[in-house]
Design a binder for this molecule. Structure first.
Ligand code: PLP
Length: 429
């Protein structure tokens, strides 16, 4: 693209197109991307950036992957989309078989949704509908922990952290859910069982009203990039069982290897009643998510001729299912485990020095996620420009500068990402 074309594109975009969490009046700058391949994004002006974000946890196999490309092209020639009411198709059946195989054994029934937020809405509706059918009908609320993020639609917003979850403007409009303290027990320190006391008290006091607890297992993502101790989830599972409360794990960000296990719930080796997956499901190619549940919940909802009340137009889109099947085949080959482990080693070694800066509050690494938490929020436009000028794509938010590259990243490219982070911090000191 020449300079005029680039300027026209940016001007039209600025005047007419909303970007995530931005103002129409004073939008942040955007960088036009024309291609993406492997771990690199190509800007319209020809510059190439090493991607540290995997397009928000999604592009785990890298961009323009020949296997996923071929799966989509093959499917496109047969059928791009067809309604899922009264119809089924091989890509959906193939995908659900694979999902059932790699997720915890009790999860046997799958709803294919069209985005992460929708799959969380579906999970919440499953829990609520289960108790409307099975009783007690008073169980109409959810409990969650502070620091969580579950998406941007209304029910999702009601269980996001009221402050860091980006939805505080809606507090008076949303259903009133119950919030326990954020799990204070760090992943990398001995478990302190007192960290679940607050939640245990709230569950006990409100058990007649609570249908489900929803939580991101082990890693809280967009609500604060916080890693907590897996034992917390063992205690939580036991509490939910004791009080007849369903447990929903939101694995949309953590699923498919990102934390070093295929699913984060495999750290404590426990299984939820309902689980959501999305993001990396299609290798970042297309929007698709799933809500999985147990025989007990699925049949509980379906008792006495009950039907589950959800059915999006693009449910089980065949192109997305084909991309997901190919992406899961790549994962099943198993290279991801050593790739993630190598990224973890690299991130630990190369981000740890940031801790010595007085501007830095904490450094934490788990699997292919590296986080540098600053004391103060960063100036997004300025830091973004610095990173682009240094040949990397890293998109911080609030006080958090974090890396979660595609699993296929090479050690030298990972070093470029980490050098850019340390370089920026050194410049501020
Ligand atoms: N749940 C979690 C844990 C997420 O991280 C996200 C997105 O960041 C969502 C749900 C919402 O997914 P989507 O953006 O696909 O609607």
């Amino acid at each position: 693209m020449n300079k005029d074309q680039i300027n026209n594109l940016i001007t039209f975009d600025r005047d007419h197109i909303w970007h995530p969490y931005t103002s129409m009046a004073e939008p942040l700058p955007v960088y036009p991307v024309v291609a993406a391949d492997g771990v690199e994004l190509e800007l319209a002006d020809g510059r190439r950036l090493v991607d540290g974000m995997s397009s928000w946890w999604c592009a785990i196999h890298g961009y323009n992957h020949p296997v996923i490309n071929q799966a989509i092209k093959g499917q496109l020639d047969k059928m791009a989309h067809v309604m899922f009411g009264g119809i089924t198709h091989e890509p959906a059946v193939c995908l659900v078989k694979k999902l059932i195989d790699i997720t915890p054994e009790p999860l046997q029934h799958v709803f294919l949704a069209d985005s992460g937020s929708v799959s969380v809405e579906v999970a919440i509706k499953m829990a609520l509908q289960y108790f409307q059918t099975q009783g007690p009908k008073t169980k109409t609320r959810l409990l969650t922990v502070r620091g969580g993020y579950h998406g941007d639609t209304l029910a999702c917003m009601s269980v996001c952290d009221p402050v860091t979850g980006m939805h505080h403007l809606f507090t008076d409009i949303l259903p009133k859910q119950i919030f326990a303290h954020k799990p204070a027990c760090r992943f990398d320190q001995p478990y302190n069982s007192e960290s679940i006391d607050d939640l245990a008290g709230l569950l006990k006091a409100n058990s007649s009203e609570i249908a489900a607890v929803i939580i991101e297992p082990v890693v809280q993502g967009a609500g604060g990039m916080w890693f907590y101790h897996p034992q917390y989830l063992v205690d939580l599972r036991e509490l939910c069982d004791r009080h007849n409360i369903l447990l929903i794990f939101d694995e949309i960000a953590t699923g498919f290897g990102r934390t070093g296990k295929m699913f984060a719930c495999q750290w404590p080796e426990i299984s939820p009643d309902i689980m959501t997956v999305g993001k990396a499901l299609t290798g970042g190619y297309m929007t698709l998510a799933a809500s999985l549940t147990t025989e007990k919940v699925a049949m509980g909802i379906s008792d006495n001729g009950g039907v589950f009340m959800h059915g999006p137009t693009f449910m089980a889109n065949p192109l997305a299912c084909a991309a997901a099947c190919a992406g899961l085949d790549l994962l099943n080959k198993g290279d991801w485990a050593s790739q993630v482990s190598e990224i973890e080693t690299g991130l630990k070694a190369m981000l740890e020095p940031c801790r010595s800066s007085e501007l830095v509050a904490d450094v934490r690494v788990l699997g292919a996620i590296g986080v540098v938490e600053m004391h103060q929020p960063v100036d997004i436009a300025a830091i973004q420009k610095f990173f682009v000028d240094h040949g990397v794509w890293i998109r911080p938010f609030g006080k958090l500068i974090y890396l979660m590259p595609p699993y296929i990243i090479s050690p030298d490219r990972l070093k470029l990402l980490c050098d850019a982070v340390t370089g920026w911090i050194n410049l501020q000191a």
